[in-house]
Design a binder for this molecule. Structure first.
Ligand SMILES: [Fe+2]
Ligand SMILES: [Fe+2]
Length: 269
C-alpha cells in the first residue's frame, strides 16, 4: 500500500494561497490541551481528522475533474469558475485539517494510491454526462452529506481551535453542495430520460457507499470512543445525515427528473 503523504512548498506559493484564503494564522494554534481528554479520544480524533485530510484532498481532485468536464461541455463560465474556485477551497481545507491533525499528535497512517484519486465516471460518457455524473456524486451527494456531519461536530466541539477550523470548513461546504444543482439547472434540458435514469442509479450507489456513516455500528467499531469536543459526532449527527439523504439529496434531485429508487432509499435507513 502506498502511504498518503502531503508535501508543501512554502514561500511564494503559500503566500498566494493565503492571500486568497486568509485567516489561518488567526486561529488559536497551540491551544489544545490533550491531557484533558482520555487517551483513546485523542487517538480517535487523530483518526477522524487524518481521514478528513484525505477526504478534503479527494474533494479537490473531484472538483478539478468536474471543472475540466464542465469546460468540455460548454457549461456557463461563471459556474465553471465557481467549480475551479472550490478546488482552492478544498486545498485550503487540506491545509487546515492537516495542521489540526498535527496539533492532535500527527496523522495515523493511511494507504492510498493517488494515481486513482480522480472520480470514476461511466466509460464513453459524453462530456455533458460526465460532468453531470461528477456534479451529482461529488456536489449533490457527498457535499450535501458533509454539511450535517460537520455541523453536528461543530455543535459538539469544545475546543476553540476545533470550533475555529470547523467554522471555516462549514462556511464553504454549503455552496459546494449547491454547485451540482446549479449545474443541473443548466444541463437538465440537454439530458435524455435514459441519462437521468443513469444519474439516479449513480446517486443511489453513492448514497449506499456513505450509508455506514449513519447505520449504527455498521463499521463494526462498536465501542469506538466518541472524541466529543475534538471533532467527532454522535447519534444526533447520524440522524441528521440520514435526513439529509431525503431532504437535501433525493427530493431536490427528483425535481430534475432524477428519481432515486424509493426501495433503495428505504433499504439504507
Ligand atoms: Fe472541504
Ligand atoms: Fe467541500
Amino acid at each position: 500500500m502506498i502511504p498518503f503523504e502531503l508535501s508543501w512548498r512554502g514561500g511564494a506559493t503559500e503566500a498566494r494561497l493565503h492571500k486568497v484564503r486568509p485567516g489561518i494564522e488567526t486561529l488559536p494554534w497551540g491551544s489544545l490541551d490533550l491531557a484533558r481528554y482520555p487517551a483513546a479520544h485523542g487517538i480517535e480524533a487523530r483518526r477522524i481528522w487524518s481521514n478528513g485530510v484525505f477526504t478534503e484532498y479527494a474533494s479537490a481532485a473531484a472538483f478539478s475533474a468536474l471543472t475540466t468536464s464542465m469546460l468540455a461541455c460548454g457549461a456557463p463560465v461563471d459556474l465553471i469558475a465557481m467549480s475551479a474556485d472550490i478546488v482552492v477551497d478544498e486545498l485550503f481545507h487540506v491545509e487546515l485539517s492537516a495542521r489540526l491533525t498535527m496539533e492532535l499528535g500527527g496523522a495515523v497512517p493511511l494507504g492510498f494510491d493517488l494515481a486513482a484519486i480522480a472520480p470514476v465516471t461511466t466509460p464513453g460518457a459524453r462530456p455533458l454526462m460526465r460532468a453531470a455524473e461528477i456534479a451529482v456524486t461529488t456536489s449533490c451527494v457527498s457535499e450535501s452529506l458533509s454539511v450535517p456531519a460537520m455541523a453536528r461536530s461543530r455543535a459538539l466541539a469544545g475546543e476553540p481551535l476545533i470550533k475555529g477550523v470547523l467554522d471555516r470548513l462549514l462556511a464553504d461546504e454549503g455552496p459546494h453542495a449547491r454547485l451540482g444543482f446549479w449545474f443541473l439547472d443548466w444541463a437538465n434540458e440537454q439530458l435524455t430520460d435514459t441519462e437521468r435514469g443513469q444519474l439516479a442509479r449513480i446517486a443511489g450507489e453513492t448514497i449506499e457507499v456513505y450509508a455506514p456513516l449513519w447505520q449504527e455500528d455498521a463499521d463494526g467499531c462498536g465501542g469506538c470512543p466518541l472524541p466529543t469536543g475534538l471533532g467527532g459526532h454522535d447519534a444526533v449527527g447520524r440522524a441528521a445525515l440520514r435526513k439529509a439523504v431525503d431532504v437535501a439529496i433525493a427530493t431536490p434531485l427528483a425535481r430534475y427528473g432524477i428519481a432515486i429508487d424509493r426501495d433503495r432509499l428505504a433499504a439504507i435507513a
